[in-house]
Design a protein around this ligand. Structure first.
Ligand code: EPZ
Length: 419
């Protein structure tokens, strides 16, 4: 059932206690789903998070002529009768990751027409590295009337050096290269766990990809791909959001069904700030009894501190003793939530990519707007920790990336309701 997105109301000040199971990774799911279009037949994707971005991707698949069928968190995708290689604006506007359709449809049909994607707005979000890579593989790519149009009689393997470390370009070029003639080498590739997950999915379909998870990925083109069954990795950002919320509320939780290695940059930081963190094989326990110490973070591509946890972490830092410095190393404008946080009493000054956070004793509830996905998650963390009532509008942004966040938080003891 799709959630109602009106607003979330939180009565703050209750510590989170208990265990929380983590769902599959959004940013792996939104790439694996279009990748399943690259071959005829039925693939089954397991451990899919039931979130709005996944539903938006499902809608695009249906419009292209694929058949889909859910069984709880498993999705059967039958791309045998895929009819179209065109994804117009009305179908892609909701989701940034629709750019993966270019790589996937190029491999399936040798042509793709996909509107410039929507998604969160953090300033310029160019896709020049994707386009450079498609061209290097032999595709003719042009942008016309807001559509990216790519055509290739034949894709031919080559060496591609990415000028910036880009998750999207790395994955998109893997999609385009799996059936290219010969060998493709992607240098300065992104190393995020979801890059590795997509490579594993493609290899399960018969691709020959080596080196995913390092900065050089080598792809030997294959003639055919076949459908497969595959389970998505756990979402490290969802897990990290709950860990931070536990610290902000001085709670004690265990995040379950995760890969702790993917969260090393966060666990190290929380330990440094004074939290108690115990790492187990597939879970992490976080306990926080007192106010934590200020610290500094700089977001960077994996294995650095993830930009997708920067807003949530800034909320925690705003409650610590002392002054913290946050440097956003990935996006040019990812502090739009700060004005909302200030309404709750946070003391933060933003100068370009740097935020100086003076810790305050407490935050107070307020009416705030979730300007984007992680901004919304950050405001939920703030609302849980704040004194009094917080109302968060535009929560459809949060539902894009978190399955049942209000339900899960309620089970941890939060006073939260969706109206
Ligand atoms: C992915 O976006 C994620 N989205 C983002 O998560 C995440 O913030 C980001 O990676 C960084 O980890 C999905 O996976 C769907 P990039 P993506 O290409 O792939 C520049 C969330 O909250 N760049 O790695 O679009 C770009 O401007 C979302 O879950 C170019 O200059 O990000 C940015 O500064 C938000 N040219 C940097 O690289 C390009 O062609 C990293 O972008 C591509 C990117």
């Amino acid at each position: 059932m799709k959630p109602n997105h009106e607003k979330l109301i939180i009565e703050g000040g209750y510590p989170l206690f208990g265990e929380v199971p983590i769902n599959g990774a959004k940013n792996a799911a939104v790439a694996v789903i279009p990748a399943a279009l690259m071959t005829e037949g039925e693939s089954i994707i397991e451990n899919l998070p039931l979130i709005e971005d996944v539903f938006a991707m499902d809608d695009i698949l249906l419009r292209l002529g694929a058949k889909i069928e859910y069984d709880n968190h498993s999705l059967k995708i039958d791309a045998s009768n895929l009819q179209s290689y065109v994804a117009p604006y009305e179908s892609v506007r909701k989701i940034r990751a629709s750019y993966y359709l270019i790589g996937a449809l190029l491999t399936r049909f040798g042509k793709a027409e996909v509107a410039m994607p929507g998604g969160c707005n953090f300033g310029a979000r160019p896709i020049d590295q994707h386009i450079k890579g498609f061209r290097a593989l032999g595709a003719d790519v042009k942008i016309e009337n807001g559509m990216i149009k790519a055509y290739a009689e034949e894709l031919v393997g080559t060496k591609i050096y990415l000028d910036v470390v880009s998750v999207g370009a790395t994955i998109n070029l893997m999609l385009a290269a799996v059936k290219a003639k010969g060998t493709t080498i992607i240098e300065n590739a992104a190393k995020e766990p979801h890059v590795v997950d997509v490579a594993n999915f493609l290899n399960a379909m018969g691709a020959k990809i080596k080196g995913a998870g390092t900065d050089v990925i080598r792809i030997e083109g294959v003639k055919t791909l076949h459908p497969t069954r595959y389970a998505i990795i756990p979402d490290q950002i969802e897990a990290g959001t709950y860990m931070i919320a536990a610290c902000a509320t001085k709670g004690h939780i265990i995040v379950k069904n995760i890969i702790p290695k993917h969260l090393e940059s966060l666990t190290a930081k929380l330990l440094e700030m004074g939290a108690e963190v115990n790492v187990f094989e597939d879970s992490i326990e976080v306990r926080c009894k007192e106010r934590l110490r200020a610290s500094s973070i700089k977001t960077m591509p994996y294995p650095g501190f993830p930009t997708d946890l920067q807003p949530q972490m800034t909320v925690l830092l705003s409650l610590c003793s002392g002054t913290s410095i946050v440097t956003e190393g990935v996006w040019e404008n990812r502090y739009q939530y700060v004005d909302e946080l200030k309404k709750m009493g946070a003391n933060i000054k933003v100068e370009g990519r740097v935020a100086v956070v003076e810790g305050v004793e407490s935050l107070q509830g307020a009416e705030v707007v979730a300007v984007d996905l992680r901004a919304g998650a950050a405001l939920i963390v703030a609302g849980l920790a704040a004194k009094g009532k917080t109302v968060i509008y535009n929560t459809k942004n949060v539902d894009r990336g978190y399955e049942n966040i209000d339900y899960k938080l309620k089970l941890l003891g939060a006073k939260i309701s969706r109206v």
